[in-house]
Design a protein around this ligand. Structure first.
Ligand SMILES: Cc1ncc(COP(=O)(O)O)c(C=O)c1O
Length: 479
């Protein structure tokens, strides 16, 4: 173990005897074992001892400085930082419970976003394509170009950068302009704003049953009452929608017409017409959550619903998270009339505007020649992964019922009638595979148990391994 020598610098001879011979690993160990304030070896010494470039050494030092384990004093050297002093466990925060009252009873179903799976776990509960499928090459080039422009660091209008809004408008056709577009930090944030701004606490909001859990939690936290409407393989059932609107008086309906999460259904052309007619008849808003706009895997499923609605009933949400990168946090709301104006004011109240740097980067990517090529390749890869997972599951676990969805990122799988979805998910978890029990999507009691299995985040070998483990888990649960 290296020690800090009496002259406050660390003995390099000890450093090189360690097993992990990277500069960073050694510096890390010196920081762990040395005295706070002791000087770390100079870049030149490290470079000579480890036979690496000065850039490699500087990178290693930088990463320790960023972690707060070392302090760089330009012109003087780099020193071991004082470790952070953790608060003692006796600190009492219970007063907050008294002030805040009962915690809201919301089961989010989004826990996978907060807790990273262990390295050996295959995460089929996660919809985001793995980093190999994200457009990093396009993003990097676009971010460098954007960073050079002063306006990327300045304030901008709460509605968003005009150039980016124009790009989102052009995607929909001539009848839309930049004025119809609001930029938001993701469509989840857009759902949250819509629930807070276009409804009042206590109001009902109609959600498809089963429904994306992020919409359920956002509705509940805004004080709205999620009100289920029936769906089948062609999307929302129009007669059921009309009944629910008549009974509940709801004026806000959230739909995923394209590859609905979780069922994968696509709203049929007849139902598109029927849903728009119902929106006009009842004078309500249809929030079109177009979460996988770019991921029609078997050919186009049709334009967004808003294209057929000149009257301002449809509020369309366009996400880039599944096709570009989830970390960009740039999405669009396309709407008309006072609804858009109110949502824009809400952005101002929430955080003024989405970071212009991120907006400019999105704009650069969407207008770059490589964008359509990237989306084409992504669709091909996701189509292959979908087919592989479907075929392997059907072969290894014949008691499951599933159909390949025509797009999106996940399978909606029907279990044998007596099987518990949560028992199967727990058994899969024990075997190193995470899947989502169907009950987290349910707004009503479901007679048929399902699980949702995403195929976007795992490579083919992982998908086959996961399918085998799921098949074994089914046998174990059936026993
Ligand atoms: C159906 C649906 N809508 C909206 C979102 C939110 O996406 P984002 O905020 O990244 O655009 C998700 C995320 O997975 C989703 O599945």
């Amino acid at each position: 173990m290296p020690r800090v020598s009496a002259d406050r610098s660390v003995a390099l001879s000890e450093v090189i005897t360690l097993h992990d011979n990277t500069v960073e690993a050694h510096l890390r160990r010196l920081c762990d074992t040395g005295r706070p304030g002791a000087r770390l070896p100079s870049v030149r010494d490290l470079q000579r001892e480890f036979r690496v470039s000065p850039i490699t050494v500087q990178r290693a030092v930088r990463s320790l400085v960023m972690e707060g384990r070392a302090i760089a004093r330009p012109g003087d050297g780099t020193f071991i930082a004082k470790p952070a002093t953790a608060f003692s466990e006796s600190l009492d925060h219970s007063w907050q419970t008294a002030v805040l009252g009962r915690a809201p009873q919301v089961q989010s179903g989004l826990d996978h976003l907060a807790s990273a799976p262990t390295a050996s776990t295959i995460a089929l509960d996660n919809s985001f394509p793995d980093s190999g499928l994200q457009a990093h090459h396009l993003l990097t080039a676009a971010a460098i170009r954007s960073a050079r422009r002063p306006e990327s660091w300045d304030r901008c209008s709460p509605q968003g950068l005009p150039q980016l809004r124009a790009v989102f408008a052009r995607e929909l056709g001539d009848q839309f302009s930049a004025d119809d577009v609001l930029v938001t930090p993701g469509t989840q944030a857009a759902l949250d704003s819509i629930f807070r701004v276009l409804a009042r606490p206590g109001d009902p909001v109609v959600l498809e049953d089963p429904c994306y859990p992020g919409a359920i939690i956002a509705a509940r936290l805004s004080g709205l009452k999620p009100t289920p409407v029936a769906t089948d393989e062609f999307g929302i059932v129009p007669d059921s929608l009309a009944d629910v609107l008549a009974i509940s008086g709801a004026r806000l309906v959230v739909l995923q017409p394209r590859h609905s999460n979780p069922t994968g259904s696509v709203l049929s052309p007849e139902r598109r017409t029927a849903v728009l007619a119902i929106a006009r008849e009842f004078g309500c808003f249809i929030v079109e959550d177009d979460w996988v706009r770019d991921l029609d895997l078997d050919g186009p499923t049709g334009p967004p619903l808003i294209v057929d609605d000149p009257h301002g009933h449809v509020i369309s949400l366009r996400s880039l998270s599944k096709s570009l990168a989830p970390g960009l946090r740039v999405a669009a709301v396309i709407a008309r009339g006072p609804a858009l104006a109110r949502l824009t004011s809400a952005r101002l109240a929430a955080d003024f505007f989405v970071a212009p740097m991120m907006q400019a980067t999105a704009c650069e990517v969407l207008t770059s020649p490589g964008w359509h090529r990237h989306v084409g390749q992504l669709r091909t890869t996701l189509g292959q992964r979908r087919d592989l997972l479907c075929n392997t599951l059907l072969e290894r676990a014949p008691s499951l019922q599933l159909r390949a969805p025509s797009g999106g990122v996940a399978l909606w799988v029907k279990l044998p009638p007596a099987m518990s979805d949560s028992a199967l998910a727990a058994e899969c978890d024990r075997r190193g595979v995470r899947i989502s029990p169907g009950s987290i999507y349910a707004l009503t009691e479901r007679s048929e148990p399902h699980v949702r299995i995403a195929f976007a985040r795992s490579d083919p070998a992982m998908l086959v391994t996961a399918a085998e483990r799921i098949a074994d888990a089914i046998v174990a649960v059936e026993r």
